[in-house]
Design a protein around this ligand. Structure first.
Ligand SMILES: *Cc1c(COP(=O)(O)O)cnc(C)c1O
Length: 497
């Protein structure tokens, strides 16, 4: 299978090339030339497999230049006992027809681990296949969770270096502590004065700047990306939707071929929900893809109107990993829905860069309406949902998951809740302890993050994940801060070139 660019259909690269380089030189994103199918027989077979074997099967359809043995090695290197047991992505039944897909049992307690524990294995093999000998420099812009998950995935991986930029005011204290205490000889972390979009824009500019690329090449280095623009991030995310459906078959919730489920995803950069869209396109029986946003509801408006307009206030919320106004992966969706019209997508993306706005065609609008439903909620509603779900179901949700739970109830009010619904849970509640504690025991909120982890444990009885408890007392290794405009110099300096 070949991959092309959303902005230039004449591009043709292998999966390994797409993963090794991360982004197409024209600024577009790599997409498979066609979406493979996953038949009902394959689904039945998958229902009898464990997560790792399901992953090998599904990934094999997209990464055709990897052998099954290579994929098996990658998958077993990624989904190890760091995922805390046999169930890599458990499905938890919290209320009638409501199933929470917990994606945060990896080493950094957020769903990013599902892809970022696997990506280094895929990437180092991809580099061997395509540009052997080069040291790969991973540049990451993070709204909080990607940075840590990428650092943890790439730490001390031979032949790689990793540099992470995070917005100085945009991440939680726990997220910041996770990053600035990162261990490993090949890692670097820098705060930038600005928000996530500034960090992401800066990183994209560095990636597509030929001068910097030439400078790196002189030192036998090349950039790659661990952001969800990299196909190697997207593909592993398709697996868990199919896996969750297979689990619902095993639980007897899905009884007949073609029985449908809804999928609700708390959304930021549109990577996670896009993976669910691809799963649907492969043949998984998904009824609605429900896109949940926080107060940064640019996607809610887009899905409802077809107009993408980032010219609006940026809100810092208690679900910071969704505080995003430019959702990069949406480009892949509109590429697909426009009938793979790269010229059209390029026009929309040029308009987004120039004016912060674009409007898709009537035809694309209609397709989006058919496939998706969108809603949003603010911080107060998010906390109210955490409280309600904890009180009624004894389920402790993090702030991002709670946005999804809230938006699903908005949907259910309008359309009923007869269809079994998979709600993606993207972080451990402990990762956002102050806001979660504030929702269920406001009087226990203090200023010490670690005391609040303990308090949350006392109030909820839910075990504290070991990687978070273990942060206490770790030494800070990175305290650098730079301006958005000096990211390029910072990168070169951190690479000592
Ligand atoms: C990254 C992240 C999201 C958003 O996922 P996208 O793929 O960017 O839409 C939601 N919740 C958490 C906890 C995250 O870390």
């Amino acid at each position: 299978m070949n991959y092309t660019s959303t902005r230039d259909n004449s591009v043709k690269v292998s999966a390994a090339q797409a993963i090794a380089t991360g982004i197409s030189p024209d600024g577009g994103l790599y997409v498979p030339e066609e979406i493979p199918s996953f038949s009902y027989d394959e689904l039945l077979a998958a229902s009898k497999m464990d997560y790792r074997d399901r992953a090998v099967n599904i990934l094999g359809k997209y990464l055709t230049d990897f052998t099954a043995d290579e994929l098996r090695e990658c998958v077993s290197g990624a989904y190890t006992d760091k995922f805390g047991g046999t169930d890599v992505a458990p499905v938890v039944d919290i209320a009638e027809n409501r199933f929470v897909l917990e994606l945060w049992h990896g080493p950094t307690c957020a769903f990013k681990d599902m892809a970022l524990q696997l990506l280094p294995h895929l990437l180092t093999r991809s580099v061997k296949k395509t540009c052997d000998g080069k040291e790969i420099v991973i540049l990451v812009a993070t709204s909080g969770d990607t940075g840590k998950a990428a650092l943890e995935g790439f730490k001390d991986v031979p032949g790689t270096r990793i540099i992470v930029f995070y917005p100085v005011e945009g991440v939680s204290a726990i997220q910041k502590t996770q990053m600035v205490t990162q261990e490993g000889g090949n890692v670097g972390v820098c705060a930038i004065k600005g928000n996530f979009d500034d960090a992401q824009t800066g990183v994209k500019q560095i990636f597509t700047n030929p001068e910097i690329a030439a400078e790196l090449a002189q030192h036998n280095m090349a950039f790659s990306s661990a952001n969800s623009i990299n196909w190697g991030r997207l593909a592993p995310q398709i697996v868990y939707y199919i896996s969750a459906y297979a689990d619902l078959m095993n639980k007897g919730v899905i009884k007949n071929q073609g029985d449908k489920v809804n999928v609700v995803v708390p959304t930021g950069n549109f990577g996670n929900i896009l993976a669910a869209y691809y799963a649907k396109k492969m043949g998984l029986s998904i009824n609605k893809l429900i896109c949940a946003s926080n107060a940064n509801n640019v996607l809610t408006d887009f899905i409802n109107t077809g107009v993408y307009d980032r010219n609006r206030p940026f809100h810092t919320t208690i679900s910071p990993s969704m505080d995003i106004l430019i959702s990069s992966n949406l480009e892949r969706l509109i590429y697909d829905l426009s009938g793979c019209d790269s010229a059209k997508v390029k026009g929309w993306m040029d308009s987004l860069a120039a004016t912060g706005r674009y409007e898709v065609d009537e035809d694309v609008k209609a397709k989006i309406k058919e496939l998706f439903w969108a809603g949003c909620c603010d911080d107060a509603a998010t906390q109210a949902t955490i409280n309600e779900v904890f009180t009624a179901q004894h389920y402790l949700a993090d702030t991002h998951t709670a946005v999804a739970l809230n938006v699903y109830e908005q949907y259910a009010k309008e359309y009923g809740s007869d269809v079994p619904t998979i709600i993606a849970s993207t972080a451990s509640p402990y990762k956002f302890a102050p806001a979660v504690l504030g929702a269920i025991a406001a009087d226990k909120v203090g200023s010490d993050e670690f005391a609040m982890l303990d308090a949350l444990h006392d109030v909820s009885g839910v075990p504290t994940p070991a990687p978070l408890a273990g942060l206490k007392g770790k030494a800070v290794r990175f305290d650098r801060v730079c301006e958005g405009a000096t990211m390029r110099e910072t990168v070169l300096d951190m690479l000592s070139i």
